[in-house]
Write a protein that binds this ligand. Structure first.
Ligand code: ADP
Length: 621
């Protein structure tokens, strides 16, 4: 089969890394015997140059845009690229998975620069330049933070006042997501286990370093926080420091920029050892008896061991500890020191295997535990470029199907409430206006900050999200499972058709309201524009069947109503029960089942599943 090439662009503050690879096989593209893996160094400074193997081009102080404009055409000559994947460091609370880039996404990445001032601006500069140089290709943003969007609140929050946290987005986000995800997946495959059955601790040790507790495939804690400065000792970054130290330095007159430079560039292995950040030099000097270098190794491995112990406790046990990154993959000494005294976790290092562990493209995993070690100890080659390329290829393919009309994005609609103006006043107080919280996919619709308790004869549903704008009729849309909880049997209806449906009581902060009717289970439907309808050969109010291709749980939904309006945007809406039944899970490519928190938010979550419309439609008029 022919290769599908994906260009991966990783723009740092002073470098640009470029790779062209096939995401399925991992094969790197070659031209004239030379692997297409290049790097621009010293971006924006004198001496800026592009190196591709031995071949180098001087670029005189070019910035990101100028460097890419000079380098890309020649770099890609003769190679047909299907998609471009861009590494973006900070996705904030907004992006929990990779996305296809458009202007709106660029703006959001720009807005997130306040959380990552060193990283997002160069990432964005690369995106803008590449999109203008390669306008016909799909460009996808892959976020470092996305893998950690599953962090539970207890791991996400700092013990700071609520107001401060909310106003400034101060919380833990985590980084190195593509690497942690890649090595966790590779380790599971090596262990011939399902990632969803494993508790893993992945240690990414490069110039930047972080540890991640991966519980059944989800990141539940990680050592980097709001910025990539928290946690482990790194090449030049301090990792954890008592915040009191910083206060003291500020009091003594150190400026914010000096502090930034101190913590990000003068600390870590470089600061401890005094000989720079290259671990090979530090190891060599330590072996010769250099005390500062010995200390650097001790502090580095002590901190890492401490995190491993902590994450074993957080996970309630650990099946495998994984080492990766330049240091994790190459330094037997660091692995040896780190894994001392972890026998109580059932982790027994085989010294010979550790010393001899050598990874290659053919053998990207090495086992370094003793035969009877309860916990597996693995060295795994990371491949962030391939992880990014896979996301890019996957999204580009789905979007292509959508564009060609072969597939329809699916959105899961969690329980929610539509209110009249009068009901809003009765429940939230006189003169109250709904506060938009998040735009929904259908134009003009939004989820509100406001939530209500819905009470039925048997039970209640808390924090049910109100959707705006207000409507002419009150309507509560729930799933079957919710009806059991409430003790009400609601009919399956089209939105707006609440005649003879049961009532429920709504409780808000300023009052309650008992509805005579209005509780329905929304009929599954597809929103589309007249142009979509023409393409699919259907018309408004047609009822069709939709096949969902999911892993191991393919499902055909009947009774799916077509709703056509030029105000709509192509999307199928199903409820949470239906989403679960069709196994729309993160495992199903880009199709995401919202986690419980998001669920209760009452959002419509576009999942980009692969719904194919079967054109065997039955018409009722
Ligand atoms: P980055 O985070 O920049 O991608 P890498 O993952 O390439 O960094 O890791 C760089 C680190 O790996 C450096 O500290 C380097 O000294 C270390 N390293 C690379 N090879 C070896 C080796 N053979 N022994 C010890 N350390 C090594």
């Amino acid at each position: 089969m022919a290769n599908t090439w994906v260009l991966v662009i990783n723009c740092g503050s002073s470098s640009i890394k470029l790779d062209v690879l096939d995401p399925s096989s991992g094969e790197r593209a070659k031209r004239g015997g030379r692997t297409l893996s290049g790097k621009v160094e010293r971006v924006g400074k004198p001496g800026c140059r592009f190196a591709l193997g031995e071949h180098a081009v001087e670029l005189d102080s070019a910035d990101h845009a100028a460097a890419l404009a000079r380098v890309l055409p020649e770099f890609l000559e003769g190679i047909e690229v299907a998609a471009v994947g861009h590494r973006v460091v900070h996705g904030g609370a907004r992006f929990n998975r990779a996305v296809r880039i458009d202007e709106a996404v660029e703006t959001q990445i720009d807005e997130l620069s306040k959380l990552a001032p060193l990283h997002n601006p160069p990432n964005l500069a690369g995106i803008r330049a590449a999109r203008s140089l390669l306008p016909s290709l799909p460009h996808v943003a892959v976020f470092d933070t996305a893998f950690h969007s599953t962090l539970p609140t207890r791991a996400k929050e700092y013990a700071l006042p609520a107001k401060l946290r909310e106003e400034h987005g101060i919380r833990r986000y985590g980084f190195h997501g593509p690497s942690h995800r890649w090595v966790a997946t590779t380790a599971a495959a090596h262990l011939k286990s399902d990632l969803r059955d494993l508790r893993l601790i992945t240690c990414h040790l490069g110039n930047g370093a972080s540890v991640c507790a991966v519980e059944y495939g989800r990141s539940i804690d990680t050592s980097m926080g709001m910025t990539p400065l928290e946690g482990l000792v790194m090449g030049t970054r301090s990792g954890d420091v008592d915040p009191g130290v910083l206060l003291e330095l500020l009091r003594q007159g150190t400026s914010v920029d000096e502090l930034d430079d101190l913590l990000n560039r003068q600390s870590g292995l470089a600061g401890l050892s005094g000989v720079g950040n290259d671990l090979r030099d530090i190891e060599a000097r330590a072996a010769e008896g250099d005390e500062a270098c010995r200390l650097a190794l001790q502090v580095f491995t002590h901190r890492l061991r401490k995190y491993i112990g902590a994450y074993a406790a957080v996970l309630g046990g650990v099946d495998a500890i994984v080492f990766t990154g330049g240091i994790g993959e190459n330094s037997a000494l660091i692995r040896h020191r780190t894994l001392q005294r972890l026998e109580f976790l059932g982790a027994r290092l085989d010294e010979d295997k550790n010393r001899d562990a050598k990874l290659s493209a053919e053998a990207p995993v090495a086992e370094i535990h003793e035969a009877h070690s309860r916990t597996h100890l693995l060295v795994v080659a990371t491949d962030e470029a391939r992880a990014i390329a896979q996301d890019a290829a996957h999204l580009a393919k789905l979007d292509d199907q959508v564009e060609r009309g072969l597939s329809i994005p699916i959105a899961i609609s969690a329980r929610h409430i539509h209110l009249t103006d009068e009901a809003v006043e009765a429940l939230f107080g006189e003169g109250h206006q709904l506060t938009p919280r998040k735009e929904l996919s259908q134009p003009g619709q939004y989820a509100c900050e406001e939530t209500l308790t819905v009470v039925g004869p048997k039970g209640q549903l808390d924090r049910v999200r109100v959707l705006g704008p207000t409507r002419g009729k009150n309507q509560v849309e729930v799933a079957r499972t919710d009806e059991f909880k409430l003790g009400v049997d609601a009919p399956v209806r089209d939105s707006g058709d609440t005649k003879d449906s049961p009532g429920v009581t709504l409780i808000g902060p300023k009052g309650s309201l008992t509805l005579e009717s209005g509780l329905i289970c929304a009929r599954r439907h597809i929103h589309m524009t007249p142009a979509d309808a023409e393409r699919f050969g259907v018309k408004n109010k047609d009822v069709v069947e939709v096949a969902i291709d999911s892993e191991g749980r393919d499902l055909v939904f009947g009774d799916v109503l077509i709703r056509v309006s030029d105000k709509y945007h192509l999307e199928m809406h199903i409820d949470t029960d239906e989403g679960n039944a069709a196994e729309i899970t993160p495992g199903m490519g880009a199709a995401m089942l919202p986690d419980n928190e998001t669920f209760q938010d009452g959002m419509l979550i576009p999942t980009k599943g692969t719904a194919r419309l079967r054109l065997r439609s039955t018409r009722f008029d």
